[in-house]
Ligand binder design. Structure first.
Ligand SMILES: Nc1ncnc2c1ncn2[C@@H]1O[C@H](COP(=O)(O)OP(=O)(O)O)[C@@H](O)[C@H]1O
Ligand SMILES: [Mg+2]
Length: 256
């Protein structure tokens, strides 16, 4: 099922006064089923707002989000969301955190346990179900967040800078885990980051957003076979292309 974003506009009233500030301007793109799309853009350009609109948490002023032929206008089970900082329930074990969404959905105990265990295994956390959030590292917490999203079997995963607060090595490792999960499950992934290396290493395609009012500046395909080598000349070439785009955008923003 294809995900289609068409003609999204969004303005917010500035805190200072009555004036409305346009954040997103006529954003359109299509994400093929099963593909991995990275979205990159300067800080404050509206990436989180866009992702919230795609998830149905926030509504656009204009435009639509379609999953197949269904319009998304409120959160649905088919679309999972993973935040920058995972929000685990501190009084529940990892296993019980993962089961939470299934409890809400009324899934029985036995099935909950089995599905949570399968998700734990998928994110390489087998054996950690009995730990409490305070007992695990930041990287493990993000894995739990991924397992929590996966366990309800969404078609689409929306990820908002999920690895931003992790150290370099943990980040690389979680990127591998995510790619592994993606390859194994065939989910459609929309991954927001402001890290060019990350965007290029992970994505089939990079959607580059401009500064505000934000439009889709360019869409860069990454036709590089997987598994990819982080330091390969091909990846470097795409990385350069995006860095140049972002630099041009910075200069334009400076001139405004
Ligand atoms: N609910 C809101 N009310 C008013 N302004 C908002 C709201 N949400 C986001 N904004 C503003 O929209 C802009 C884009 O925010 P955001 O989507 O978080 O950007 P990004 O994720 O790209 O850094 C920011 O200037 C932010 O202050
Ligand atoms: Mg953001």
């Amino acid at each position: 099922m294809e995900l289609k974003v068409t003609g999204i506009n969004k303005s917010f009233r500035s805190t200072a006064g009555e004036e409305k500030v346009e954040i997103l301007h006529d954003i359109s793109f299509t994400v093929r089923e099963g593909s991995f799309v990275s979205i990159i853009g300067p800080s404050g350009c509206g990436k989180t707002t866009l992702l919230r609109i795609i998830s149905g948490i926030e509504s656009p002023d204009n435009g639509r989000v379609l999953l197949g032929d269904r319009e998304i206008s409120a959160p649905v089970r088919d679309v999972g969301y993973i935040f920058q900082e995972s929000a685990l329930l501190p009084w529940r074990t990892v296993q019980k955190n993962i089961e939470f969404g299934l409890e809400v959905a009324g899934v029985g105990r036995k099935e909950r346990e089995q599905r949570a265990l399968a998700s734990l295994e998928l994110v390489e956390l087998k054996g950690f179900g009995g730990y409490y959030p305070r007992e695990i590292s930041g990287g493990m917490k993000q894995k739990v967040a991924l397992a929590m999203a996966l366990v309800v079997e969404p078609r689409v995963l929306l990820m908002d800078e999920p690895f931003v607060s992790l150290d370099c090595q943990t980040r690389s490792y979680l990127q591998q885990v995510l790619l592994h999960v993606w390859e194994k499950t065939g989910k459609t992934v929309i991954f927001i980051t402001h890290n060019v290396e990350e965007a290029v290493f992970l994505g089939d395609e990079i959607i580059c957003l401009t500064g505000r009012p934000t439009v889709v500046g360019t869409v860069v395909p990454v036709d590089i076979p997987r598994p990819r080598e982080r330091t390969s000349p091909e990846l470097n070439r795409v990385r350069r292309e995006i860095l140049l785009f972002l630099e041009e955008e910075r200069q334009k923003a400076g001139a405004r």
